[in-house]
Design a protein around this ligand. Structure first.
Ligand SMILES: [Zn+2]
Ligand SMILES: [Zn+2]
Length: 299
């Protein structure tokens, strides 16, 4: 089964199955994993990267997705490729002579997922090829809000405004923010409220109001991970609220261990390059917070 995910920004690990180059790995960024792996295996004239060209076939083994933007994913890609140049990863020791490239990359990944700012993102860790799967080392497991998923994934467009099924329609949007009680301004895009997706819950709030509420216990953070809905009191993941807000109506309450499609995040970083292309990446300078504008503007 192929899981469909909208607002897809992913960073993947390739494994070389060509006996001459056996054991080599490659880390890359993509908005379309199905297209990307076929490009890698078709060589650089077909859009593959020069490092992978002529050395295939490659298996796309693992992909991390759920990044809020291309810039956030590209920063992750850069740090995974250059862990010893990243000042966030100074605690990661170098590859030993006995350590395979694949094992080293998984070790770096395990550290990255537990390191700010990535440890706060609503990421999904997806094994695309089950035969490569291994557990994270004890003590280096990813944060609990990040599901480990299995199987193929497909990038699709969101379906904002085109929801078809009617059985679980939400009630009419309330006129006021459940938190600050101010009226929503009709037609203002930045004023479209976040809605709770639990059945019968009519909670709607400004993004910034709900983020502040969720961050009350973590005043040093700017990106919520989860919190209690002020309406129905259910625990909700921030990534699920944002995904729903964007019109990605998946199985929001799916068991995270069997994770169906997952969340995208709305905390767009500013200051990124406009058009980012897949392929051999240019190093992106790390900024102090990983996401400079997010503290000021949650949208
Ligand atoms: Zn409000
Ligand atoms: Zn609720």
């Amino acid at each position: 089964m192929v899981v469909e995910v909208c607002s897809f920004f992913g960073v993947y690990l390739l494994y070389c199955t060509n006996p001459r180059y056996h054991g080599r790995v490659y880390v890359g960024f993509t908005v379309n994993p199905e297209r990307r792996i076929s490009q890698h295996n078709a060589g650089k004239r077909r859009g593959g990267a020069w490092k992978t060209s002529g050395r295939g076939p490659w298996d796309m083994v693992l992909i991390i997705h759920g990044f809020p933007s291309d810039v956030a994913a590209l920063r992750f890609e850069w740090a995974w490729q250059h862990p010893h140049a990243s000042r966030r990863l100074t605690h990661v020791t170098r590859r030993t002579s006995k350590e395979r490239q694949f094992d080293f990359h998984l070790r770096v990944l395990a550290h990255m997922l537990r390191t700010a700012p990535w440890c706060r993102l609503p990421l999904t860790i997806r094994w695309l090829k089950q035969e490569y799967h291994r557990d994270f080392p004890p003590g280096l497991e990813p944060p609990l809000h990040m599901p480990v998923a299995f199987g193929q994934v497909r990038a699709v467009r969101g379906t904002q405004g085109a929801r078809t099924e009617s059985s679980e329609e939400l009630p009419v949007t309330p006129k006021r923010c459940s938190i600050c009680l101010k009226r929503f301004q009709d037609g203002e895009e930045e004023d479209i409220p976040l809605r709770c997706f639990h059945a019968g819950c009519s909670m709607a709030a400004h993004v910034i109001c709900l983020a502040r509420t969720f961050l009350q216990k973590e005043p040093d953070q700017f990106l919520p991970v989860e919190g209690q809905c002020p309406g129905c009191k259910n625990l909700v993941l921030w990534g699920d609220l944002i995904r729903h807000h964007k019109g990605c109506y998946g199985d929001l309450e799916a068991d995270p261990t069997s994770s169906q499609e997952h969340w995208a995040d709305e905390l767009n970083c500013e200051g990124g390059s406009g058009n980012v292309s897949e392929g051999d990446s240019s190093p992106l300078v790390e900024d102090e917070l990983g996401c400079p504008a997010a503290g000021m503007a949650l949208l």
